[in-house]
Design a protein around this ligand. Structure first.
Ligand code: ZN
Length: 342
């Protein structure tokens, strides 16, 4: 619902990703993270590690999905999918099963959204690619050399026939970009063989430091599309840094055990944390007074802004968020809000 409000208000415009034939798509980065790990406390949703052994342990994870854009620090999280024990099963849940539930929910909740799914190397396989295509979406997935021997061999064979193209350029910051790419490469040898496009990419920054990436994608690769495709693939970084790092280290304390409960408490607390993060990201994206308070009074540090908000909440009667952010921006001397004497 909150997401739909942002969409209706035009807040999604800045996240549009266009790449040759793909117009007005959105990059959706998906990744999993750990929330909880304990050798003692457990609930009925806990996954179990080393079951029956002396070092048996209990854990929860969450699969998060965020709309990201190469030029934006803010992300827009969609409803995450818990990786927890599923009713009626004896096996632990895993990221791949959670991805199936997550994609199904996203299609149901946002049937019109045109997506490019951005994933890490765990998902560079035929079933995941076919699942994404079955929803009419596209993908950019990390493919590490070591996990795709037959694909690398196929690339080498295409290279010998002259079917692998190369492209290089130096950008305005002095970084050199080099890539090789080919379309129509078999991802695997066993049936059904999945045909993908492959992009190997190297960036050497001004100081000479090399960064290398490899992706598979269904975006047709040409001289015009390799750079935006690489930018899209590199956006996966936003879910690790702008999302998980923020949720764990900038005041949300995603890994903190606020209370584990026996049934669904731990999962519900994690949902609430993501919901709070969504609200804050929307404010950072769309609310001028929030942006000003964060920039001017908190010098861009979210944890400091949270402290200011808490201080106002504990001391003053606040009638609206705008009133509170105005008071934070201008300091208490210019406040309109009343001191709490109750
Ligand atoms: Zn649990």
């Amino acid at each position: 619902m909150l997401f739909n409000e942002v969409q209706r208000g035009g807040g999604l415009k800045g996240f549009r990703f266009s790449c040759a034939g793909l117009k007005d798509h959105y990059l959706l980065a998906i990744d999993g993270t750990g929330l909880y790990y304990s050798g003692k406390c457990r609930c009925q949703e806990c996954c179990i590690k080393n079951e029956g052994k002396a070092n048996e342990a209990y854990y929860h994870q969450m699969l998060a999905a965020c709309i990201v854009h190469p030029d934006r620090e803010t992300v827009l999280p969609l409803a995450p999918e818990p990786i927890v024990h599923q009713d009626g099963t004896t096996k632990n849940d895993c990221e791949k099963n959670a991805l199936k539930r997550l994609l199904s929910d996203i299609k149901r909740d946002h049937p019109q959204l045109k997506l490019v799914i951005v994933l890490d190397g765990l998902y560079a396989d035929g079933p995941t690619v076919r699942l994404i295509r079955s929803y009419g979406w596209h993908y950019i997935i990390v493919a590490k050399d070591g996990n795709h021997t037959s694909m690398i061999e196929a690339m080498d064979a295409l290279d010998q026939k002259g079917d692998v193209k190369r492209f290089e350029m130096t950008d305005g910051n002095g970084a050199k970009h080099w890539c090789r790419y080919a379309n129509g490469v078999p991802l695997n040898k066993t049936e059904p063989v999945e045909i993908v496009n492959v992009l190997d990419y190297v960036e050497t920054d001004k100081k000479g430091k090399r960064h290398t990436w490899g992706w598979i994608t269904d975006i047709p690769l040409t001289e015009e599309t390799v750079l935006p495709t690489a930018e899209g693939g590199r956006c996966r970084w936003h879910i690790e840094n702008e999302t998980f790092n923020t949720l764990k280290n900038q005041g949300y304390e995603l890994e903190h055990n606020y209370g584990h409960g026996e049934q669904h408490l731990a999962t519900n607390l994690a949902y609430l944390t993501f919901l709070a993060f969504l609200v804050d990201q929307i404010q950072q994206l769309c609310c001028p007074v929030f942006q000003k308070a964060l920039k001017l009074r908190a010098r861009g540090t979210r944890t400091y802004l949270w402290k200011l908000i808490l201080r106002y909440f504990l001391s003053w009667l606040i009638e609206s968020w705008e009133e509170m952010f105005q008071a934070i921006i201008h300091g208490t001397a210019a406040r309109k809000i009343q001191f709490d004497t109750s």
